[in-house]
Design a protein around this ligand. Structure first.
Ligand SMILES: Nc1ncnc2c1ncn2[C@@H]1O[C@H](COP(=O)(O)OP(=O)(O)OP(=O)(O)O)[C@@H](O)[C@H]1O
Ligand SMILES: [Mg+2]
Length: 1045
């Protein structure tokens, strides 16, 4: 409430809009009273008037920052922080780029105000490592720029000698990202000259006072200011200013901004060069041709400069003392007079310094610039040199005042003219307020066709003799009748006698007062020419920084085109600045200087009144009182405040104006507080706006809570639904899993039970079957085992393979006896077969014969056993060898089976006679041994049977068929030594021939048929008979006894 009270305090209202009565006196009184109380800030609506206190006030601490942070502009005590806060919030919350225009004359406190705004914004925007770094860099640009661009003037100990516009860039959250600094026309003439009581730029004094002995030695400087021609014109110290400390602060600031030590050194070296250039003395002489010439009076300084910048001293000397002129494709070197030489030297010093300053600003910009591509909001702070009226005003003052005139124009346009025009445009009832429009003065200066600057440029470019007189004459002609232009000539014409206006001067009636400008130096300063020899010499230096400052010195890039004039450049940059400012929402800080002596608590009413007048504060208050404090397009207004009425929130379906009307109707503000224009709503008092804002803030909190509530609800719901879904899924999976497990277990159990049951069943069946067939099975098994063992054993112990070997292992078990026997016989047969297979056919036939013999006689006749050992030879006679038997051999031919000698029993006597017996395949031949003649030839088919005895004798009877021809005498009784063989072969031959074997009788009694009748033959065993030779004895005619042994 204190603030409100302070505003409504009748003796010293905080807002001049509330002043009653509104007169120049009351306004002045109010400002004075407030100044006395230490309230240096006063409002006119949202314009801040700041009166320089020239003392430090306890109103800028962190508590003050806290107090004004997020405050309502109209609710707190007027303060520069309030406007800074308002602008910052408008930028952050309403997304409107801002500019803070700080105006006022030199020493009114603009630079201080701009620093306060910056430090406030830095203090309230968010913190963080990166943000703090940016903030520090932005803030630290001030000491550096002030060191190089500020100087003590008669009006201000720290006067800005350049214009500065700084765009601070923020992101959407309001965090500073960086910035861009633009500088306007440095007052470089100060380098070589300044009026009494003033100083050169601070940096020179700071460097000499604060630089260490080592640094000064490195820069080839002396600590003594008096030594330097550019400095010694006045005292070097300013009371209350510690140059050495400021130098250290500047060095620290450079470090913070990001200057490398090498860059700092280079910067100081170039600064030292400028200082030392002032000490280069020239001495004059005359050439043989009578031309004036100059030379370096004392080369020490020049050599030091050259060693600092890495240049051959002779090059610089030549550039300073002579000039190359090009005439008709010829280059001529002309000497310079001493004043020309000094002019060149000073121009060089000024150029080096002003270019160094531009480089400095660019270098700071490189550090603080924002990376391209980022969305940004901008707050521009303009701190430009203030309006200046000196005893002797030159080109610089003209430029500075022109710039201030333009700023005033903006102020007038935006606060007075445009506002009133807007009321008319919007159809609001309005009584016009008179004010001074300075457009006429701006036009006088800047008009591109006939303005003073255009005339100056024209004069500079004009061929022929050019000097300020022709320029002034031209102005006098052009503006003879101009209300704001005066000169001796125009005064004379108007019959005004004013001794203060000297012949070489012209006067302009600026918005802030009349300023008389001396035209001398205008052309030269506007041309701002530097002899090409000098820029080429600078370019030739090895010092990188210095070299980079003079790109035009590169002989490759020589351009005959004249560079744009200083006035033209300044006009262009002011136009850009104006365009920039017009695009932003302006916030005004109007600085007032209370006295000329920089004294605290001293308020000079006349001085302040003059400022109040030219600043147009009275008009400002009047327009403000009659008008409306706030206006906004219906759409934006509705967009911002529609949440205050349930009818417009959350959506308004109708037009923006209707919506706004409905909204304001619901809010029930007094009708006189509002006016509805064609496109905008107007709100008369800030209080209403404040109220509106307050309600909005409360509502925003409500809505934020609602949104939070909804969001939290939504978040919880979503989370719950997600959890539920997840839970269902998990339980489904779990149930599935459990069921699957259960099923698997049941299945396993069922399979187990099944297996058990099947096993049990099978076992039961098996038990049953086992019981019935087990014994058989077992015995079978055992039987098979025994048989197997037996057979395997047999295989291992097979008897020898000889056929004569009869051995055979006995059967181990009785039940195997038959099988064993069978095997034995099989084995034997097999042995025989094998044996047989390896026999020759003859041997085989022999054995077959033996076998046949065995079949016929074995166990039937005793002789057989004896015959077994005897081999069957068949041919016992040797028919082939003995020629005696030739005939017989012919009989036998190839059919001989057997030949031997037998004895034939005489049928009648029973005596025996030898006979040769031949058995062929067809016949049986009996031959006489002596004659070897066949006696009897019997066909084998004639033989009916053969009878032999049981004993071991060779007796045999050949029983013949009755029909046989050879047996006419009856049967033959023969005794053979090879009876067994003979009978056997006979049998075999018969078998082969007739396939009917021999009918053999082994008997003791048989009957034979003789020619004389049958004879009964009886075999008698008797010792009389010899071995093998039986004895036949005839007993009667029909009986015969055969004695055998
Ligand atoms: N708010 C303030 N509190 C205390 N002293 C102040 C304040 N504003 C200005 N001053 C004093 O006034 C002096 C001049 O102020 P400042 O340099 O800001 O003027 P200016 O308007 O920038 O002048 P110029 O146009 O010459 O640059 C400062 O050096 C300071 O001593
Ligand atoms: Mg300043």
């Amino acid at each position: 409430m204190e603030a409100t009270n302070s505003r409504l305090d009748v003796a010293a209202v905080g807002d001049l809009v509330l002043l009653d009565p509104l007169t120049e006196e009351s306004l002045l009184q109010t400002l004075q009273e407030r100044f006395r109380r230490g309230d240096i800030y006063t409002y006119i609506g949202n314009v801040v008037i700041s009166v320089n206190p020239y003392r430090s006030l306890p109103i800028y601490g962190p508590e003050a920052v806290q107090e004004y942070h997020n405050c309502n502009f109209f609710a707190v005590k007027p303060h520069i922080y309030a406007i800074a806060d308002d602008a910052y919030r408008s930028l952050r919350d309403r997304d409107r780029d801002q500019c803070i225009l700080i105006t006022g004359e030199s020493g009114a406190g603009k630079t201080e105000a701009s620093k306060l705004v910056m430090s406030y914004v830095a203090a309230v925007c968010s913190k963080g490592e990166e943000v703090d770094k940016v903030k520090e860099q932005l803030l630290q640009s001030n000491p550096v720029l002030e060191a190089f661009g500020n100087a003590k003037t008669v009006r201000n100990d720290n006067s800005s000698r350049f214009g500065k516009y700084m765009d601070v860039e923020f992101d959407f959250k309001g965090e500073p990202l960086g910035g861009v600094i633009s500088n306007y026309l440095l007052e470089k003439s100060r380098i070589v000259r300044h009026v009494r009581g003033e100083r050169n730029f601070h940096i020179f004094y700071q460097l000499l006072a604060g630089g260490s002995a080592q640094l000064l030695q490195q820069l080839k400087l002396r600590q003594d200011c008096q030594h330097y021609a550019y400095l010694n014109q006045e005292t070097s110290d300013v009371p209350g200013m510690d140059d050495a400390a400021n130098f250290r602060a500047m060095q620290d600031a450079m470090r913070v901004i990001g200057f490398s030590p090498a860059e700092v050194t280079a910067l100081l070296e170039v600064t030292a060069v400028v200082l030392k250039l002032g000490n280069v003395q020239l001495s004059g002489s005359y050439q043989a041709s009578g031309m004036e010439a100059c030379s370096i009076a004392e080369s020490q300084e020049l050599q030091e400069i050259c060693s600092l910048i890495g240049l051959d001293p002779s090059v610089l000397e030549q550039a300073l003392c002579s000039r190359t002129v090009k005439a008709r494709n010829e280059t001529v070197l002309t000497t310079l007079s001493v004043p020309q030489g000094y002019y060149g030297r000073d121009a060089l010093a000024k150029n080096i310094y002003s270019r160094l300053f531009d480089w400095l600003v660019n270098r700071i910009n490189t550090s603080i610039q924002v990376k391209p591509g980022k969305q940004r909001k901008v707050m521009g702070v303009l701190d430009i040199y203030g309006f200046e009226i000196f005893q002797d005003n030159g080109f610089e003052q003209f430029i500075i005042n022109y710039c201030n005139e333009k700023l005033q124009q903006i102020f007038i346009l935006m606060t007075l003219k445009e506002e009133q025009e807007e009321y008319v445009r919007e159809g609001i009832k309005w009584t016009p307020v008179e004010f001074f429009d300075n457009t006429i003065i701006c036009n006088l200066i800047e008009n591109s066709k006939g303005g003073i600057l255009a005339m100056l440029d024209e004069e500079c470019l004009r061929p022929g003799v050019v000097n300020e007189d022709t320029f002034l004459t031209k102005l006098n002609q052009l503006f003879a009748t101009h209300k704001h232009y005066e000169s001796r000539e125009t005064q004379n014409a108007r019959h005004v006698m004013d001794a203060s206006l000297l012949p070489h001067c012209f006067r302009i009636h600026h918005y802030a007062g009349k300023v008389t400008y001396n035209v001398s130096g205008f052309i030269e300063k506007n041309n701002d020419l530097l002899f090409r020899d000098l820029s080429q010499a600078m370019w030739a230096a090895r010092h990188e920084l210095l070299r980079s400052l003079f790109p035009e010195g590169d002989p490759q890039k020589v351009s005959l085109k004249l560079p744009p004039t200083a006035g033209f450049q300044f006009k262009a940059s002011v136009a850009t600045l104006m365009k920039n400012l017009y695009s932003k929402n302006p916030n005004y800080i109007r600085c007032i200087k209370p006295n000329e002596s920089k004294a605290p608590l001293l308020f000079t009413p006349e001085l302040v009144l003059a400022q109040v007048r030219y600043l147009g504060l009275m008009e400002n208050v009047r327009v403000r009182r009659a008008g409306y404090a706030f206006r906004q397009l219906y759409s934006s207004f509705l967009g911002r405040y529609k949440m205050l009425s349930p009818r417009t929130w959350p959506r308004w379906a109708g037009g923006d104006r209707e919506g706004t009307e409905v909204l304001m109707e619901d809010l029930a503000f007094p009708p006189e507080e509002l006016a509805f224009g064609h496109t905008k709503i107007f709100i008369r008092s800030p209080r209403t706006l404040f109220d509106l804002e307050k309600r909005r803030q409360e509502r925003v909190v409500e809505l934020a809570v609602l949104i939070q509530k909804m969001f939290r609800g939504w978040r919880c719901r979503t989370q719950y639904q997600l959890m539920r879904k997840s839970q269902i899924l998990i339980s489904a999976w779990f149930r599935g899993h459990r069921q699957k497990n259960k099923y698997q277990q049941t299945k396993r159990s069922a399979l187990l039970i099944q297996a058990y049951v099947r096993g049990w069943k099978v076992r039961r069946q098996h038990r049953r079957r086992f019981r019935s067939g087990a014994s058989a099975c077992l015995s079978n098994f055992i039987y098979r085992r025994l048989v197997q063992k037996f057979l395997v054993g047999l295989r291992k112990n097979l008897p020898p393979l000889s056929v004569l070997d009869q051995t055979w292992p006995p059967a181990p078990y009785k039940f195997l006896a038959d099988a064993n026997q069978e095997l034995r016989s099989i084995f034997f047969r097999w042995k025989c077969k094998k044996y047989l297979e390896q026999l020759s056919p003859q041997r085989r036939a022999l054995l077959q014969a033996k076998l046949c013999a065995s079949e016929l006689f074995k166990d039937k006749k005793s002789l057989y056993s004896k015959s077994v050992q005897q081999p069957f030879q068949g041919e016992y006679l040797g028919l082939r060898q003995n020629p005696k038997y030739q005939k017989l051999q012919a009989v036998a031919k190839d059919k001989l089976v057997m030949a031997e000698t037998v004895r034939k029993v005489n049928r009648a006597s029973g005596k025996t006679v030898p006979r040769l017996l031949l058995l062929t395949t067809e016949h049986l031949v009996l031959a006489d041994p002596k004659a070897a003649q066949p006696k009897t030839v019997l066909s084998l088919s004639d033989i009916r049977s053969v009878s032999v005895t049981r004993f071991s004798d060779g007796f045999l009877v050949l029983h013949l068929k009755e029909t046989s021809t050879g047996g006419a005498k009856g049967d033959f009784l023969l005794v053979s030594d090879h009876l067994i063989e003979l009978v056997t072969r006979l049998h075999q031959t018969l078998l082969d021939a007739t396939s009917q074997g021999l009918s053999l009788h082994i008997t003791d009694q048989f009957s034979t048929r003789f020619q004389k009748g049958d004879m009964a033959v009886t075999v008698v065993e008797s010792a009389k008979a010899g071995a093998g030779a039986p004895i036949c004895k005839k007993r009667g005619s029909h009986k015969m006894e055969i004695l055998v042994h």
